[in-house]
Write a protein that binds this ligand. Structure first.
Ligand code: URA
Length: 251
């Protein structure tokens, strides 16, 4: 990318981040966020003055990212921004390593996730854990979140207003974690992150770039449980993720 495009991208990232904060209820910028904005401005200056490219990755330590995720979780509070609060037991915010290079995004909590307040801890979660293991990683190496953070009744599909209410929080998680790759699990995650209506079967199998993030869509583990013949194609997708991260296959 040339320097001008890099500067424009940083300015646009900064604007987008400030708009996200506003959408999620931030009216004032606390000093930690001011530091973030200052860092972004400094990046712009550095790029402009030195002609060097700066990636913007890794500005925060994992501890700082953990603190910012905690702050976001507190801001979500006892959320009633959409109707799903009525039937939920727990908000399922996300778990894992705040400094992760790989972020998995699923659809929304099921019954077990709602009960435990953690993502992917039911049957689909068992398969996701195996998929992560096959990549030579553990759940502690990655971060796992969902598009919507409350369980829909009878595990029905998330509705448009529910996704719209929750999406800013997912985007903010992404900005904080700043992963090198996002693996979108299933239709809802892929369509939400890529802002498209295309089907997962059309989206999978390659790396997409959106808002400066690399996104690799694949089938949802629950779909793979029902359609085990698709596991091979899902493994191909995970190999694309591994390639992006420079990970080697298990011997
Ligand atoms: N399915 C999802 O999409 N997310 C979970 O957390 C569990 C099952």
């Amino acid at each position: 990318m040339d320097i001008r495009s890099e500067v424009l991208e940083i300015i646009s990232d900064t604007k987008e981040y400030l708009m996200l904060l506003r959408e999620t209820g931030v009216e004032e910028i606390a000093s930690s966020h001011r530091t973030e904005v200052r860092n972004k401005k400094q990046e712009v200056r550095q790029v402009a003055e030195s002609g060097k490219q700066v990636t913007g990755q890794g500005a925060d330590t994992p501890e700082q990212k953990a603190g910012r995720l905690d702050e976001l979780r507190n801001r979500i509070g006892d959320c009633q921004r959409c109707k799903l609060w009525k039937g939920r037991k727990n908000i399922v915010f996300g778990t894992g390593n705040p400094g992760a290079r790989l972020l998995f995004v699923g659809e929304g909590p099921g019954e077990e996730e709602d009960r435990q307040g953690k993502p992917f801890v039911g049957k689909a979660g068992e398969l996701l854990t195996k998929m992560i293991g096959a990549m030579n990683l553990t759940r502690d190496d990655v971060y796992i979140a969902n598009v919507i953070k409350c369980r829909p009744p009878q595990n029905r599909n998330p509705e448009e207003d529910e996704i719209s209410a929750c999406r800013p929080f997912l985007y903010e998680q992404i900005v904080i974690i700043d992963p090198q790759v996002i693996c979108a699990l299933g239709t809802f995650a892929a369509q939400t992150l890529l802002e498209t209506r295309s089907r997962i079967s059309e989206l999978r199998g390659r790396v997409h770039e959106k808002r400066g993030y690399k996104i690799v869509p694949t089938f949802h583990p629950a779909y793979l449980l029902r359609n085990p013949q698709e596991k091979r194609r899902s493994w191909e997708d995970l190999q694309i993720v591994m390639q992006e991260l420079g990970l080697k296959e298990k011997k």
